[in-house]
Design a protein around this ligand. Structure first.
Ligand code: SF4
Length: 357
């Protein structure tokens, strides 16, 4: 076995954290953990992982759930496309494979919604197949180890790093090696101030020797984020709230939101909302208005400024689109995290304006 991989495996056996997805070879559990941890820290992801398995203990149960149920239990994790893809893949596995995962990379990669990384992770962690698993932690460790200062956002750099990992992958022990190198990135070779003194591969590490750990991995700047102003009109009548399900082709597909007025600016007064047809109808008498100041919400490629205006009507108006949600069902309605935060702020009385007719 290569010296580097041997040192990593040895270190892993001593230093590893006991995480539930490391105590199972069930591909469904491993798949779920990989999807959750793609954009979520372990501390937060753990609770969701446990809860999700409680509600959807196997792939068949997940496949038979409605999209709303799946999104409801994903609320707060963000990146909802992960939940929708998970659900779609579960349906596919259920209908094409009787709920049983293919047992190797070649079969797994054919599954709708499962890409190279996830297929490699399931193949390695559930079926102990000799596949490399290259995530952000591995990229950081290996680029420092080799002193590679080219842009790790570029595919050719990742290919270079991956082929190095393949060259030191110990056949038959790849499970421990993959877990080990990921754990090393999570615990020792951390983004800022890596703990090189505790690192099992320090003697081989170029970045540590040349004092380059703060500049490697090099990442080019992302494009500037698109700025959007989302002004929400939350209509309440008789203890029910009007929500609309978002369609495809934009952020938050499949989640529920109040009536949206997207504009060039964040609305800072009730007057800006008055033009909406539901408010201009004289039959819809207003009982109460509450407006929250705009809150900033950052997504990967967008900067959102979100305003929420709650308008309580005296009677429930007929509406062509949307669903009325009872107060007690508000929590269970899958919605963007920023909407949940604004609803909590409303409840806590953090109001900008409180107008009563
Ligand atoms: S020696 Fe330091 S920089 Fe190099 S791999 Fe180990 S922790 Fe990372």
């Amino acid at each position: 076995m290569d010296q580097i991989s041997g040192s990593i495996i040895q270190w892993y056996h001593v230093a590893k954290r006991d995480l539930p997805w490391r105590q199972t070879t069930d591909p469904y559990h491993i798949w779920l953990s990989e999807v959750i941890l793609q954009q979520t820290r372990i501390a937060q992801g753990l609770a969701y992982y446990n809860k999700f398995l409680e509600i959807f203990p196997n792939v068949e149960i997940l496949a038979n759930a409605s999209e709303d149920q799946v999104l409801e239990h994903w609320q707060g994790l963000g990146y909802y496309s992960r939940a929708r893809n998970l659900h779609a893949s579960a349906k596919y596995i259920s209908s094409h494979f009787n709920g049983k995962f293919p047992e190797n990379y070649e079969g797994l990669i054919q599954l709708k919604g499962i890409g190279d990384y996830t297929a490699s992770a399931i193949a390695s962690f559930a079926f102990h197949e000799d596949k490399v698993v290259v995530d952000g932690n591995v990229i950081r460790v290996v680029s420092r180890l080799l002193g590679i200062d080219s842009d790790v956002r570029q595919a050719k750099t990742v290919i270079q790093l991956k082929s190095f990992v393949e060259s030191i992958l110990p056949k038959g022990e790849s499970y421990f090696f993959n877990q080990g190198i990921m754990e090393l990135g999570a615990l020792i070779c951390i983004p800022r101030n890596p703990k090189c003194g505790e690192c099992p591969i320090q003697t081989h590490c170029v970045a540590s020797k040349k004092n380059l750990t703060e500049v490697i991995p090099f990442k080019s700047k992302l494009k500037t984020k698109k700025v959007r102003f989302l002004n929400y009109l939350l209509i309440e009548a008789k203890n029910e709230f009007l929500f609309i399900k978002r369609g495809a082709g934009d952020i938050w597909e499949g989640l529920y939101e109040p009536l949206l007025i997207e504009a060039e600016t964040a609305f800072d007064s009730f007057d800006s909302f008055i033009g909406h047809e539901i408010l201009s109808d004289p039959n819809n008498a207003i009982e109460n208005v509450r407006l929250l100041p705009a809150k900033k919400h950052i997504l990967t490629h967008q900067e959102l400024w979100v305003t929420l205006c709650l308008v309580r009507l005296k009677i429930k108006p007929p509406v062509l689109a949307g669903v009325w949600v009872k107060t007690e069902k508000l929590n269970a309605t899958p919605k963007p995290i920023i909407i949940s935060k604004l609803l909590s702020a409303l409840e806590a009385g953090q109001l900008h304006l409180d107008f009563k007719s």
